[in-house]
Design a protein around this ligand. Sequence first.
Ligand code: SAM
Length: 445
Amino acid sequence: MQIISQELVAQILSEIEKTGSSAKSILEKKFKKMGIDDPKIRGLVHAYVFEILKWRKKIDFIINSVLKGSKIEDLDLLLANILRVGVYEMKLKGVNPALATDSAVRLVKKHYGLRRAKFANAVLRFAEEFDEEKALTKLKEKDRIEYLSVKFSHPHWYVEYTIDLLGYENAIRLMISNNKPQRYYVRVNQLKTDIDKLKEYLEENNVKVAMTPIPDVLKVLEYEKPITRLEWYKLGYFVIQDLASAYVAHVLEPERGDRILDLAAAPGSKTFHVAHLMENTGEIVAVDYSLERLKRMREKMKILGIRNVKLIHADGMKFKDKKEFDKIILDPPCSSSGTYRQFPEVKWLFDEKKIKGVIKVQRAMLRNAYRNLRKEGEITYSTCSIRVGENEENIKYALSLGFELVDYPFDWGEKGFTDIGDKVFRTFTHINDCNSFFIAKLKKP
Ligand SMILES: C[S@@+](CC[C@H](N)C(=O)[O-])C[C@H]1O[C@@H](n2cnc3c(N)ncnc32)[C@H](O)[C@@H]1O
């Protein structure tokens, strides 16, 4: 890869870390700003960014093992990320180490001068000689969890947690599948076409697809050019939506004319799906805390031909409408620990303290959902988290508020945990080939 793209990758990685924004949105912003439209360059930069985010723990393990007196976390962000690019290239991508080192050192010289360039050169030379397999074997004897955490490049807490939840074998399978390339699913916009026509169109455009357990969703098996470049995508005939996420609207069972509230709606996948199922009848009130994300939702709604959604910039923990709602979608902010294959950057964003914080928000939103729901009204609660605390435990909390758990006939997916496990829905990336996900349906008696 040319030095310009390595610089771009390091800058994008720094921006993601600094802002906590998603890799995809930072990539898009950067491409737009620099006028990069060539799919080849975009693809290459995208792949570098995603692979480095995915393997960050392993890359940092190598760098920290050769750094003397400091840690990668202490370095200037851009410098740290240039080193990460260099180590990724030589250790994981199979680039000639001399070439990887040379381009990284040139970049460091450009941004930080000769002294730092010498430092980068020394770090990368040591990294080249470093025997990570030997170091990992040593680590395995000392701390088995940390060893797995480095080997599969997952957070320490995640390794511990998934072994506890799923057992050793399944935890390993899950981490291996999290590190595979993302799987795409497309959902038809029934306001504009139907699933058969969409299948035909995709196949005509060299996209190989397969049916899924969800009638309006197709699994993408192979494609030649990115599906977002297809005319029908640009015209809103279909959306890209993860399989489990596209089950939520079906579980909600919206009916024509319903009044529906979505308490954490952006970027809008589930709101749009419900709007499509209701064929623009009734009313959907879509609340979100992020104005930026609501603005993007408005743009997307135009493309998708949606006319029954009212967007509201408000706090989903407090928003109260004058009239109660027939149904509510509650897909609150969560640890996103089920989305590592899709968003590898989130691996490094959450720790126990932050997870406790999101659980508080989720519970406040459940309380608020109860206030906004009419008697006999129903709510779907969903998260893309693997944690029982954000899922089954929150449902038990909801039961303590007065909700009843609906015994919904989920016709695919896995069971959940605890004594309510049989009545809730889960998926796992290694079993269901989509995000690890949770759904439960509740009713206000
Ligand atoms: C998991 S995402 C929702 C995804 C969305 N349901 C979909 O299917 O596209 C969580 C959303 O909650 C929003 N959020 C976070 N805190 C919030 C709050 N206090 N009130 C409303 N929305 C909030 C975030 O901006 C984010 O868009």
